[in-house]
Design a protein. Structure first.
Length: 185
């Protein structure tokens, strides 16, 4: 991992810790959820990657009347596209992000807007075609995502635009998350 990525990782970790430390502790419920993800690549990322899918876990805790902070982690897989009989590498991503949600009606119910910051660890394997090798990739990059969604009693459905500042470009995608909210104690 190069120095630039270490700084990005450190910044992301400090951001998540700051959210947790600064959030007032209240008697309101906290939530754990597990979700299925779909990723639709955009921009130059869509030239080489197909539809993505994966799983994520989320911890969410209210603070204030209509806001909550959250931490996400997961695993995503994007298949490589075939171009002129050549299949480009598959992508795997491990996202770790923290952020906030603002509920328009009441805490942890109904429509919300969200914002997240963190990092994605990206990996591909090397691929060789007609003697030309595309080398493998393994890097950790800064990521952020504005989003919207709807929170039900037992489900959370969200849409976000995920931007990953990959080396020399971006690996952006629209992410759709459908999650089950685990019952609290």
């Amino acid at each position: 991992m190069n120095t630039k990525n270490v700084y990005k990782l450190l910044f992301s970790a400090l951001f998540v810790i700051a959210i947790i430390a600064l959030a007032p502790q209240q008697a309101q419920a906290q939530e754990w959820s597990g979700g299925l993800e779909l990723g639709l690549p955009t921009g130059s990322f869509s030239d080489g990657a197909g539809l993505g899918f994966g799983v994520t876990g989320r911890y969410e805790k209210p603070f204030g009347d209509k806001t909550s902070w959250l931490v996400d982690a997961g695993f995503l897989y994007f298949g490589g596209k075939s171009v002129s009989g050549f299949t480009l590498p598959n992508w795997t991503m491990i996202p770790v992000q923290g952020g906030v949600k603002y509920y328009f009606d009441e805490q942890m119910k109904g429509f919300y807007a969200s914002g997240q910051l963190g990092f994605h660890h990206l990996t591909t394997s090397s691929v060789t075609y007609n003697g030309v090798t595309i080398p493998s990739l393994s890097e950790t990059d800064f990521s952020f995502a504005p989003g919207i969604g709807y929170h039900l009693d037992k489900f959370d459905i969200g849409l976000r635009y995920q931007v990953i500042s990959a080396s020399g470009s971006s690996a952006s995608y629209f992410g759709v998350r459908a999650a089950y909210i685990f019952p609290g104690k």
